[in-house]
Design a protein around this ligand. Structure first.
Ligand SMILES: [Mg+2]
Length: 224
């Protein structure tokens, strides 16, 4: 699949959204922005004979076999992460401040979650969002996030904001939907120190209160 193609399964979900074009739209990633993905993954790995050695901002090369200490293959990383999603999606802890900040922002904006997770984990993630006070629409995305953001931007008149931890998603949104304000956000304290601000981000912030203030400031400046 080309980077700029919108996957049919994603399109079908986007078509079910009922958004107001005149109301600002905040689109947040879930893992490592709303949910403490890496902390939950570490626990899952330990329960399954592996551990994480956070040397770089990547899963590949950082997941090791508990007995041999060897980094596992890319295929094994994939299958461990799939296992984590299928067994634990509903139980990953929320990031501090996320629910409060989004609740405050939703007073003048629409909020939705755009998350790269297996389609069959979508309901579990929905339940987790509701359980933690974040009952917002959820789209299970496939591939980079620019195409879905371009779809939304084409239908939206009011300002849009995008939050994600992964630089290539920020870059993809910059290419596909340049009018969207992009926040680079990494919740995990260890991960956040491993990379600087993404080149295509408007701001780097790893704190929900600060993210809320930044978005509110931009909205006020734009007359919202
Ligand atoms: Mg993420």
């Amino acid at each position: 699949m080309e980077d700029d193609d919108l996957h049919d399964d994603v399109l079908r979900q986007l078509e079910t959204l009922r958004l107001s074009p005149e109301r600002p739209l905040i689109v947040s990633d879930a893992d490592e922005v709303i949910f403490a993905f890496v902390r939950g993954l570490e626990a899952y790995l330990l329960d399954n004979g592996h551990f994480m050695d956070l040397k770089s901002f990547a899963m590949r090369g950082n997941i090791r076999d508990s007995e041999s200490g060897e980094a596992v293959s890319g295929e094994a990383v994939k299958s461990l992460i799939n296992g984590y999603f299928s067994e634990r999606t509903e139980h990953i802890e929320p990031v501090a401040g996320a629910a409060d900040a989004l609740a405050a922002l939703s007073e003048r904006s629409q909020v939705m979650v755009l998350s790269n997770l297996p389609l069959d984990c979508r309901e579990a993630r929905r339940r987790a969002l509701v359980k933690h006070g974040m009952d917002y629409p959820l789209i299970a995305n496939i591939g980079r996030k620019g195409p879905a953001m371009a779809y939304l931007a084409a239908r939206q008149k009011a300002p849009m904001f995008f939050l994600d931890d992964i630089p290539h998603n920020i870059a993809s949104v910059a290419r596909a939907a340049n009018g969207v304000t992009r926040l680079h956000f990494i919740a995990d304290h260890r991960l956040r120190d491993l990379i600087g601000a993404a080149d295509d981000a408007d701001v780097r912030t790893d704190d929900w209160d600060e993210a809320r203030q930044f978005i509110e400031g931009r909205l006020a400046a734009a007359g919202y």
